[in-house]
Design a protein around this ligand. Sequence first.
Ligand code: 5GP
Ligand code: ZN
Length: 121
Amino acid sequence: MDCIFCKIVNGDIPSYTIYEDDLVKAFLDVNPDVNGHLLIIPKKHYKDLFDIDEKTLMHIFETAKKINPILKEKLNTEGLTLVQNNGLLQEVKHFHLHLKPQYKEKQRILKPEEIYNIIKE
Ligand code: 5GP
Ligand code: ZN
Protein backbone atom coordinates (compact mmCIF):
# COMPACT_ATOMS: atom_id res chain seq x y z
CA MET A 1 0.00 0.00 0.00
CA ASP A 2 1.27 3.45 -0.88
CA CYS A 3 0.91 5.04 2.55
CA ILE A 4 3.46 7.63 3.68
CA PHE A 5 2.98 6.83 7.40
CA CYS A 6 3.33 3.07 6.82
CA LYS A 7 6.63 3.94 5.14
CA ILE A 8 7.64 5.93 8.23
CA VAL A 9 6.74 2.92 10.43
CA ASN A 10 8.87 0.52 8.40
CA GLY A 11 11.74 3.00 8.07
CA ASP A 12 11.51 3.67 4.32
CA ILE A 13 10.95 7.35 5.11
CA PRO A 14 13.03 8.82 7.98
CA SER A 15 11.35 10.64 10.86
CA TYR A 16 12.42 12.45 14.00
CA THR A 17 11.01 9.89 16.40
CA ILE A 18 10.47 10.95 20.00
CA TYR A 19 8.82 7.79 21.29
CA GLU A 20 7.85 4.34 20.05
CA ASP A 21 6.70 0.97 21.31
CA ASP A 22 5.07 -2.13 19.83
CA LEU A 23 1.83 -0.34 18.96
CA VAL A 24 2.65 3.29 18.21
CA LYS A 25 5.20 5.76 16.96
CA ALA A 26 5.42 9.48 17.82
CA PHE A 27 7.46 11.74 15.56
CA LEU A 28 7.82 15.42 14.70
CA ASP A 29 5.53 16.81 12.02
CA VAL A 30 7.59 17.75 8.94
CA ASN A 31 5.66 21.04 8.62
CA PRO A 32 5.05 22.18 12.22
CA ASP A 33 2.31 24.64 13.21
CA VAL A 34 4.15 25.14 16.50
CA ASN A 35 7.49 24.01 17.97
CA GLY A 36 7.23 20.40 19.11
CA HIS A 37 4.27 19.63 16.84
CA LEU A 38 4.13 15.83 16.95
CA LEU A 39 2.07 13.10 15.36
CA ILE A 40 1.24 9.84 17.13
CA ILE A 41 0.34 7.02 14.78
CA PRO A 42 -0.52 3.34 15.22
CA LYS A 43 2.10 1.07 13.66
CA LYS A 44 -0.70 -0.90 12.02
CA HIS A 45 -2.56 0.89 9.23
CA TYR A 46 -5.95 2.23 10.30
CA LYS A 47 -7.54 4.83 8.08
CA ASP A 48 -9.22 7.04 10.64
CA LEU A 49 -11.23 7.27 13.88
CA PHE A 50 -13.98 5.12 12.42
CA ASP A 51 -11.56 2.34 11.49
CA ILE A 52 -9.21 2.13 14.51
CA ASP A 53 -9.89 -0.28 17.41
CA GLU A 54 -10.46 1.04 20.91
CA LYS A 55 -7.41 -0.53 22.55
CA THR A 56 -5.05 1.11 20.06
CA LEU A 57 -6.94 4.40 20.27
CA MET A 58 -6.63 4.42 24.08
CA HIS A 59 -2.93 3.59 23.81
CA ILE A 60 -2.43 6.59 21.52
CA PHE A 61 -4.02 8.90 24.11
CA GLU A 62 -1.95 7.28 26.88
CA THR A 63 1.13 7.97 24.76
CA ALA A 64 0.13 11.64 24.52
CA LYS A 65 -0.02 11.73 28.34
CA LYS A 66 3.41 10.11 28.54
CA ILE A 67 4.99 12.58 26.09
CA ASN A 68 3.54 15.76 27.66
CA PRO A 69 6.08 15.95 30.55
CA ILE A 70 8.94 15.66 28.04
CA LEU A 71 7.57 18.65 26.09
CA LYS A 72 7.11 20.56 29.35
CA GLU A 73 10.63 19.88 30.52
CA LYS A 74 12.51 20.32 27.23
CA LEU A 75 10.48 23.01 25.46
CA ASN A 76 8.83 24.78 28.45
CA THR A 77 5.36 24.20 27.05
CA GLU A 78 2.30 25.44 28.94
CA GLY A 79 -0.33 23.06 27.62
CA LEU A 80 -1.15 20.63 24.84
CA THR A 81 -3.76 20.81 22.08
CA LEU A 82 -4.86 17.55 20.47
CA VAL A 83 -6.27 17.53 16.93
CA GLN A 84 -7.36 14.58 14.86
CA ASN A 85 -8.77 14.97 11.34
CA ASN A 86 -11.09 12.56 9.54
CA GLY A 87 -12.51 12.83 6.03
CA LEU A 88 -12.16 15.97 3.96
CA LEU A 89 -9.53 17.68 6.11
CA GLN A 90 -7.48 14.51 6.62
CA GLU A 91 -4.51 14.78 4.28
CA VAL A 92 -2.80 11.48 5.21
CA LYS A 93 -5.24 8.56 5.33
CA HIS A 94 -3.43 6.72 8.14
CA PHE A 95 -4.82 7.58 11.59
CA HIS A 96 -2.77 10.23 13.38
CA LEU A 97 -3.22 12.37 16.46
CA HIS A 98 -1.65 15.83 16.29
CA LEU A 99 0.03 17.06 19.49
CA LYS A 100 0.41 20.82 19.38
CA PRO A 101 2.17 22.32 22.40
CA GLN A 102 1.03 25.65 23.82
CA TYR A 103 3.40 28.47 24.80
CA LYS A 104 3.02 31.66 26.86
CA GLU A 105 5.08 33.70 24.41
CA LYS A 106 4.96 33.63 20.61
CA GLN A 107 7.71 31.32 19.35
CA ARG A 108 9.91 31.50 16.28
CA ILE A 109 9.24 28.21 14.47
CA LEU A 110 12.35 26.04 14.44
CA LYS A 111 13.10 23.22 12.03
CA PRO A 112 12.07 19.72 13.20
CA GLU A 113 15.76 18.80 13.33
CA GLU A 114 16.49 21.64 15.77
CA ILE A 115 13.54 20.69 17.99
CA TYR A 116 14.62 17.05 17.90
CA ASN A 117 18.11 18.02 19.13
CA ILE A 118 16.64 20.07 22.00
CA ILE A 119 14.32 17.22 23.05
CA LYS A 120 17.10 14.63 22.87
CA GLU A 121 19.65 16.77 24.79
P1 5GP B 1 -3.71 15.89 8.44
O1 5GP B 1 -4.06 17.12 7.65
O2 5GP B 1 -3.86 14.63 7.61
O3 5GP B 1 -4.40 15.82 9.76
O4 5GP B 1 -2.19 16.05 8.80
C1 5GP B 1 -1.15 15.40 8.14
C2 5GP B 1 0.14 15.93 8.72
O5 5GP B 1 1.20 15.08 8.32
C3 5GP B 1 0.50 17.35 8.27
O6 5GP B 1 0.63 18.18 9.42
C4 5GP B 1 1.83 17.16 7.53
O7 5GP B 1 2.74 18.23 7.74
C5 5GP B 1 2.36 15.85 8.08
N1 5GP B 1 3.17 15.08 7.16
C6 5GP B 1 2.88 14.77 5.87
N2 5GP B 1 3.87 14.03 5.33
C7 5GP B 1 4.81 13.86 6.29
C8 5GP B 1 6.07 13.17 6.33
O8 5GP B 1 6.54 12.57 5.35
N3 5GP B 1 6.75 13.23 7.50
C9 5GP B 1 6.27 13.88 8.60
N4 5GP B 1 7.03 13.87 9.69
N5 5GP B 1 5.09 14.53 8.61
C10 5GP B 1 4.37 14.52 7.47
ZN1 ZN C 1 -0.55 3.49 6.55
